[in-house]
Design a protein around this ligand. Structure first.
Ligand code: ADP
Length: 365
């Protein structure tokens, strides 16, 4: 007698999600169990297409079904595991109870304690990495004082388009992107007074026709001043990623950024160490700033470490040319970017599954 679909479900009750530590059946992740003769087939719905645990879950399912077949004395010719993904919704309401981004499931801010650490580089490549993994991803260049998306995404020759009073996002490199840099004169310095800046940012976020998105990555202005702080409150953020370079001085700024998000009730998803070392064109690695500094800082603050990205000429060149997908032509660079993206997606999934989203609790005007 071969196994039955009910036997497969039983077996899956013994397979735990590695992060949540609950079984796949209880978590509602089992979408189909089927037998084709002696061959089993199961479909598992993950909470992100960027799940770093796929291989582990697949291996655990194979072990569990094999054990069940042995227990039943059933003829058994293996199990085919198919993964689908459905990114869960966060608590999408802001403090005032409104829902300004109804089609967006998870809004992720990328911040930094200060400028020049590669915040925009990380934000752009995080968005592109998630899209490459199959997630519907948007990128909002909210760095209203120094928008870099027109260059980094190669939007210089793209015309801004609107439908009614909604802006249409630029559909480039697999993502939907919007930037204030395309709405103002690039040559004129942007001198925004606080309320103007906030208004422009909110309009940009809410009057862009994002459609349905799994993740919207928000590139915040650097620092912990009034503008990044207030912007962080205007949208329902699921969590924040902090970009930091390894030096001690940079860590002090990053600490302040982490505290800012914590005060606002926005979970810090983790820290990315950018410019952690220099990799030359021959692939040799040179430690310039003290690689690992940001990881130690993350540990001492009890924050997750999401990965490090080395300095490479290629990364700078692809940013200047607006060709982020070319970063994946370098396997080592692509792997670093993917590690960060998987880590972010994993943290978001875990937080939404555990229902740990908090609503911002203090109000700062
Ligand atoms: P920020 O947003 O923090 O001000 P950017 O992302 O604009 O910083 O990066 C500043 C400059 O450094 C850009 O020219 C960018 O291409 C370059 N850069 C950032 N990270 C790296 C890296 N890991 N390797 C090479 N160049 C980098």
């Amino acid at each position: 007698m071969p196994l039955t679909p009910a036997d497969l479900t039983d077996a899956l009750r013994t397979v735990l999600d590695p992060d949540i530590r609950k079984d796949l059946v209880t978590l509602g992740m089992v979408k189909e169990t089927r037998m084709d003769g002696d061959r089993a087939a199961v479909t598992i719905e993950l909470t992100t297409p960027a799940c770093p645990m796929k291989d582990k879950i697949r291996g655990d399912i194979e072990d569990a079904v094999r054990a069940k077949a042995a227990e039943r004395g059933a003829a058994y010719a293996g199990v085919e595991v198919t993964f689908t993904a459905d990114v869960r919704r966060a608590n999408e309401k802001t403090r005032d109870g409104s829902n300004p981004l109804p089609g967006v499931r998870q809004v992720i801010a990328v911040g930094a304690g200060k400028g020049g650490v590669g915040k925009s580089t990380v934000a752009v490549n995080l968005a592109v990495a998630l899209a490459r993994m199959g997630a519907r991803t948007g990128y909002l260049d909210g760095d209203i004082y120094g928008p870099s998306a027109p260059t980094m995404l190669g939007l210089e020759d793209e015309a801004t388009q609107a439908r009614g009073n909604m802006l249409l996002p630029f559909e480039v490199h697999g993502i939907k992107a919007m930037t204030i840099g395309k709405l103002v004169d690039a040559e004129k310095p942007l001198i925004w007074r606080g309320p103007m800046a906030h208004g422009a940012f909110k309009q940009l976020a809410t009057q862009t026709e994002w459609g349905e998105l799994d993740y919207l990555i928000i590139d915040l202005p650097p620092g912990t001043g009034d503008v990044p702080l207030t912007l962080s409150q205007l949208l329902p953020l699921s969590g924040a990623v902090i970009v930091c370079t390894p030096q001690q001085v940079a860590q002090d700024d990053a600490r302040r950024a982490a505290k800012m998000f914590e005060q606002l009730g926005v979970p810090v998803l983790g820290v990315v160490e950018n410019m952690s070392s220099f990799i030359d064109d021959a692939g040799r690695e040179h430690d310039i700033f003290g690689k690992g500094g940001a990881e130690i800082m993350a540990q001492t603050m009890g924050l997750h470490f999401l990965g490090s990205i080395a300095i490479r000429t290629a990364l700078r060149v692809h940013s200047d040319r607006g060709t982020p997908l070319a970063n994946w032509n370098d396997a080592r660079l692509g792997a670093e970017l993917d590690t960060v993206a998987r880590g972010v997606a994993q943290r978001i999934s875990t937080l939404s599954m555990l229902g740990q989203f908090k609503t911002p609790s203090i109000s700062v005007h």
